[in-house]
Design a protein around this ligand. Structure first.
Ligand SMILES: NC(=O)c1ccc[n+]([C@@H]2O[C@H](COP(=O)([O-])OP(=O)(O)OC[C@H]3O[C@@H](n4cnc5c(N)ncnc54)[C@H](OP(=O)(O)O)[C@@H]3O)[C@@H](O)[C@H]2O)c1
Length: 266
């Protein structure tokens, strides 16, 4: 267990998320941290998660004072999820939004040769865990997620739309995330909206091998001429969570600098 509220519990006045609380998994760095930065800048309070405590502490310190707590653990671990929900209830008394950011891709190679134990692990973390977060959140009466008109955003990937060589199983898992999103949207309306974002290559630790040393060649395929930055994804996530998107559910929003429109592959 870990984390702390670092001051009075107030977000920025007048922001789209003033008074609201979000759980953002996988948020000590990369896309998750950018989402936390964006939501808190617009008035939210957030509960961050990741495996490493030290990185979480640094992330909390980088956010506006009093806007964040952090709980260390594995997203795929049910005990960790229970602890996060209990800590969020204790610190904030409510949860209005869930952003399932955690994802993994530990294997490289063709689908036909993939180690099946690794395949099960990828599905456990990328698909089953996000569903577990949704189930656990809905089952928690103290947080009244559905009654508050909760909103969920999942992280898919353009590799779930267009097969990418070498990362096929990851793509299959991200296609499953897209369909999980649509199916949950149908099941959970009208009280809860469920959407996803589907990025191409975004400059983070996770994707470093896809662009390092070859950025010019990679971005040549992007009509907007550059890699994604975590903030590009965060702004799309914030839109989908916000009341600006109140008639949008079951949507998988591509955030790719135009890559798919150009017929490209991540
Ligand atoms: N970057 C891209 O190009 C890209 C493109 C499309 C989709 N995505 C998706 O975006 C999501 C985030 O990617 P990212 O690029 O921001 O990655 P990242 O920079 O590597 O950040 C991953 C975050 O998740 C935490 N984490 C990793 N595994 C975890 C686990 N099992 N349980 C709890 N926390 C965990 C990490 O902290 P710890 O290591 O301390 O746990 C870190 O905070 C993933 O779902 C990925 O598939 C990324």
């Amino acid at each position: 267990m870990s984390g702390h509220v670092s001051g009075p519990s107030a977000g920025r006045a007048g922001g789209r998320f003033e008074g609201r609380v979000a759980i953002v998994t996988g948020s000590s760095r990369g896309i998750g941290l950018a989402v936390a930065e964006r939501l808190t800048a617009e008035g939210a309070r957030v509960c961050l998660t990741a495996r490493r405590q030290e990185a979480l502490d640094e992330a909390v310190d980088a956010l506006p004072e009093g806007s964040a707590i952090a709980v260390a653990g594995r997203a795929e671990d049910a005990e960790h999820r229970a602890e996060v929900l209990a800590r969020a209830a204790e610190a904030f008394g409510r949860v209005d939004a869930l952003v399932n950011v955690v994802g993994m891709n530990p294997v490289f190679g063709d689908l036909v040769g993939v180690d099946l134990a690794a395949a099960r692990k990828i599905f456990e973390v990328n698909v089953i865990a996000p569903l577990g977060w949704v189930q656990d959140l809905l089952a928690d009466p103290a947080l009244a997620f559905a009654e508050r008109g909760g909103s969920i955003v999942n992280l898919s990937s353009v590799t779930g739309t267009t097969p990418s060589p070498g990362i096929g199983l990851y793509g299959v898992s991200k296609a499953a995330v897209a369909h999980l999103t649509r199916t949950l949207a149908v099941e959970l309306g009208p009280s809860i909206r469920v959407n996803a974002v589907s990025p191409a290559v975004v400059r983070t630790e996770f994707s470093r091998a896809l662009y390092e040393g070859k950025e010019e060649a990679v971005t040549a395929g992007y009509p907007l001429g550059r890699l994604g930055e975590p903030a590009d994804v965060a702004s799309a996530v914030a839109f989908l969570l916000s009341d600006d998107a109140q008639w949008i559910t079951g949507e998988v929003l591509t955030v790719d600098g135009g890559l798919l429109a150009a017929g490209g592959v991540a």
